[in-house]
Design a protein around this ligand. Structure first.
Ligand SMILES: [Cu+2]
Length: 125
């Protein structure tokens, strides 16, 4: 192959990788939090047989407010624990419970019910 052909082939490979990442892999990484006028990155999470959405994307350095809404009576989910941020909260059924924290370092941080059966992830970038 000539240098031109190699360049075109590499370019095509990079483009395909980018398309796969954008439309497929990226989607697995959850729902972006919305920056509101309060200055917080906000997301609402439904607690019912698990967390929906279970993965929230946020940016480091901006405070986050996750609002949990529990719509079930199973004792399993009556508390949510964000160990990495030193936060936990009781989740009375039907109430909106905000949990606020400041993500400082990029990474993947789990949140769970108090028994660790329900699992979610905060992806900080
Ligand atoms: Cu549980």
């Amino acid at each position: 192959m000539s240098a031109d052909q190699i360049a075109v082939t590499l370019g095509a490979a990079v483009l395909i990788a980018a398309i796969v990442w954008f439309f497929w892999l990226k989607r697995e990484d959850g729902v972006p939090a919305t920056v509101t006028s309060s200055g917080y990155q906000e997301a609402t999470i439904l607690v019912k047989g698990g967390y929906t959405p279970a993965t929230i994307r946020v940016k480091a350095g901006t405070p986050v407010r996750l609002t949990f809404r529990r719509e079930e009576t199973a004792a399993c989910s009556d508390q949510v624990v964000l160990d990495a941020f030193g936060k936990h909260a009781d989740l009375p059924e039907g109430q909106l419970v905000p949990v606020e924290f400041l993500p400082k370092e990029p990474g993947r941080y789990p949140f769970t019910c108090s028994m660790g059966m329900f699992r979610g992830t905060v992806v900080v970038s």
